[in-house]
Design a protein around this ligand. Structure first.
Ligand SMILES: Nc1ncnc2c1ncn2[C@@H]1O[C@H](COP(=O)(O)OP(=O)(O)OP(=O)(O)O)[C@@H](O)[C@H]1O
Length: 305
């Protein structure tokens, strides 16, 4: 379990992490989302004692990182991939980490196998591709068999096969009862991987909720109707507006907001008009995320999706 209470970090005049209070629970994958510069990495760095908070605190299973005798056995993290000695082999790199934390050397081969790097254990880490570097970073996080794991953008640089592999790994780590905290900008991937989401913007907490609840609470489901005759389409639009719905045209379909699908169907039936399609459009995590963070984007382009 990771617990944050009023966690705050300032750089000069700027407050980059602003009073964050939330808990990351065991047995779940918790996604950590926010626009560029929202403060995700800074929060993770403070959790690992790499940055000192100006205010508030963060604890791992009730303890401060600094007080952990063998930190790698309690919390494993992938922050910046490739933050390692480029001349050292993958195996030696992990062995050095293991030694410093009283972890048996046999774990090195185990985690190399888990991440699929056994064949390149003797190769210098500096020659690794971005994806191999990510896998090595993940191996390092798993080395101490910790109960808490943090991953900052773990699928960055991975091919589709690697992305799937990370998804399954995260899920299985959570199913083993571990606390899994993972940041990502890939919303479709987060929708598949996470149970819960913590969303921040400009350092402040915007949401802390199960994925389904987050999507339902931050988006509108809509109904798309395809009406071939323009006169009938107009009549339907008027009827729907009278029922309190709002509508918009999208790629030959009438998209209806704020009215459940059965009432849209009833309106069609009552007017006796011909339709070529009536479908519910459920929102994606990406849509919900964009709605929520629209006002928190620091470096936006102003281009709507
Ligand atoms: N050492 C530092 N000195 C000054 N400002 C910093 C420092 N580290 C981070 N910042 C600033 O803090 C803010 C938060 O950065 P952080 O990297 O935590 O965001 P992030 O949410 O991880 O972003 P991204 O999604 O782009 O990785 C940014 O405005 C960044 O410029």
């Amino acid at each position: 379990m990771i617990t944050l209470r009023g966690l705050t970090k300032r750089y000069g005049e700027k407050t980059v992490v602003d009073g964050l209070t939330f808990a990351v629970e065991p047995g779940k994958v918790t996604g950590f989302l926010g626009p560029n510069g929202a403060g995700k990495s800074t929060t993770m760095r403070m959790t690992l004692g790499l940055d000192a908070p100006n205010d508030g605190e963060v604890r791992i299973d009730g303890k401060r990182y600094e007080d952990l005798r063998f930190p790698l056995r309690e919390v494993g993290a992938l922050l910046e991939a490739k933050a390692l000695h480029p001349g050292r082999s993958a195996g030696k790199h992990l062995l050095a980490m293991a030694r410093s934390n009283g972890i048996p050397a046999s774990r090195v081969d185990e985690v190399l196998a888990t991440v699929g790097l056994s064949d390149v254990a003797g190769k210098r880490a500096g020659t690794f591709s971005l994806g191999m570097g990510q896998r090595l970073g993940i191996a390092g996080a798993l080395l101490g068999d910790p109960g808490v794991l943090m991953f900052d953008e773990p699928v960055n640089g991975l091919d589709p096969d690697g992305v799937r592999w990370v998804r399954h790994l995260m899920r299985s780590l959570a199913e083993e009862g571990r606390t899994v905290f993972v940041s990502s900008h890939l919303m479709s991937e987060m929708q598949l991987t996470a149970d819960r989401l913590v969303v921040i913007g400009k350092g402040k907490l915007l949401a802390d909720a199960p994925v389904d609840e987050f999507i339902a609470g931050n988006s509108r489901t809509s109904v798309a109707v395809r009406v071939p005759a323009p006169a009938e389409l107009h009549a339907l639009e008027q009827r729907l507006h009278a029922l309190g719905a709002t509508t918009e045209a999208d790629q030959g379909e009438l998209v209806v907001h704020d009215l459940p699908i059965h009432l849209v169907g009833d309106a069609v039936h009552e007017l006796g008009i011909r339709v070529h399609g009536l479908t519910e459009r459920t929102a994606s995590l990406e849509q919900a995320y964009m709605e929520l963070t629209a006002s928190s984007v620091e470096y936006g382009t102003g281009v709507a999706a």
